[in-house]
Design a protein around this ligand. Structure first.
Ligand code: BGC
Length: 386
């Protein structure tokens, strides 16, 4: 190699390594070629009479995230794999309007004010019963029909690596008490972490349980099943559910069951076992009780590894639980950014949270928030390769 070729090679390598706008020419899979963030002009739209746009962040290593103020969603997350090739590890859409779809509502948003289910759409606080719209069998799921995922949030950049979304919910909106102010900040660190800070305040006692409902595929959006990903969950117990996916109140040992992810295991290994809980969930759709394993000040929730990409995602949180949902209801209903459809189990969610139906389960950690109290919680998704 002459000097000129050597230096062009070095430039090519460094572009390939550090910019997610480029991709390796040796890459065979169409889904991974020229992966880039969606075009912000084509993305933009007006939803519910308000402007919806794309907000992008980038760290010094070239990791990038695109977010939108419709539902404070993650649209794309570009991460380098073990060969330095960039992959978009979050499933989403290239146009804002595609997110305003009543059948497939939960691609990448903040869900709330109460993530996951509340039994029969009812709960009581200080002797007052509140009734919510039911939208999932007999239950209320993810804050009801018009939860945080369907709100147009205010957005502002805090820096080139952080964006803040704010949203107000009025007293009685979707049945929940309190005029509430919700704030979510997404930031990227130079250690390849996507950090989500959630805050909430209310003027009347209420319940809050905020999480993010990104569908991850660490081999890249549209690259097939997640069943060969490996997962470790730092939980010795999970909360078994009834046939409508409401926790029974029991904390059950995972040991010896399909729910044992205490060491890294392929997601597909036990998913077809003859197990009542797997039947109720149509696969994994359960809350795991984090066992107190720590990473710095946070609960170490789980580690996910992409079998083809070698991308590792570690999840650290201040929450006591994580909902592992293995994409069991995905069924080719929508077209994703790269043209693939949302096929069965081609994405999975790891939703850090308080336990489902907590407002009706006194033995679970409380989700109540009183006036004057600041609801505040943080979750970190840290990316690396192996
Ligand atoms: C729930 C699933 C539900 C899904 C909707 C998950 O958080 O646990 O039961 O189908 O959200 O996308």
């Amino acid at each position: 190699m002459n000097r000129l070729t050597m230096s062009s090679f070095a430039i090519f390598l460094s572009i390939g390594m550090w910019s997610c706008q480029q991709s390796s020419t040796s890459n065979k899979e169409k889904t991974q070629e020229l992966v880039s963030l969606p075009d912000s002009v084509q993305f933009r739209d007006t939803i519910k009479g308000e402007e919806v746009s794309l907000y992008t962040l980038r760290n010094k290593n070239g990791m990038e995230v695109a977010l939108t103020n419709f539902g404070a969603r993650i649209v794309s997350l570009l991460v380098h794999d073990k060969d330095g090739v960039c992959r978009d590890v979050v499933l989403g859409f290239s146009k804002a309007a595609d997110y305003h779809n009543p059948t497939e509502k939960y691609f990448g948003p903040v869900v709330g004010p109460f993530g996951n289910r509340i039994a029969n759409g009812k709960f009581s606080l200080d002797g007052v019963e509140y009734t919510l719209p039911v939208n999932n069998g007999p239950n209320t799921l993810h804050g009801g029909l018009d939860g945080l995922h369907f709100q147009v949030w205010e957005a502002r950049y805090l820096s080139d690596k952080a964006v803040e979304f704010t949203c107000s919910l009025s007293d009685g909106q979707e049945g929940f008490p309190g005029n509430r102010a919700i704030k979510v900040v997404y930031s990227l660190s130079d250690d390849d972490e996507l950090i989500i800070d959630y805050e909430g305040k209310t003027d009347k006692k209420t319940v809050l349980n905020l999480t993010n409902h990104a569908y991850f595929n660490l081999n890249g959006e549209g690259s097939g099943t997640i069943l060969n990903h490996q997962l470790q969950i730092f939980a010795d117990k999970f909360t078994p559910v009834d046939s409508t996916l409401i926790p029974t109140g029991e904390l059950r040992d995972v040991k010896g069951s399909a729910f044992d992810f205490t060491i890294l295991k392929e997601i597909g290994r036990d998913i077809e076992q003859d197990d009542e809980q797997l039947k109720f969930g149509k696969g994994y759709d359960h809350n795991f009780v984090l066992n107190g394993t720590k990473h710095e000040a946070y609960n170490y929730a789980c580690q996910l590894v992409g079998d083809q990409s070698g991308i590792v995602m570690d999840v650290y949180t201040e929450e006591p639980g994580v909902q592992f949902y293995s994409g069991n209801f995905m069924s080719d209903k929508v077209t994703l950014k790269n043209g693939a459809t949302d096929s069965f189990r081609t994405g999975l969610c790891l939703e850090t949270q308080h336990f489902p139906d907590s407002p009706n389960q006194p033995s679970f950690p409380s989700t109540e928030v009183a006036p004057g109290q600041l609801y505040k919680t943080k979750t970190i998704y840290k990316f690396s390769t192996k």
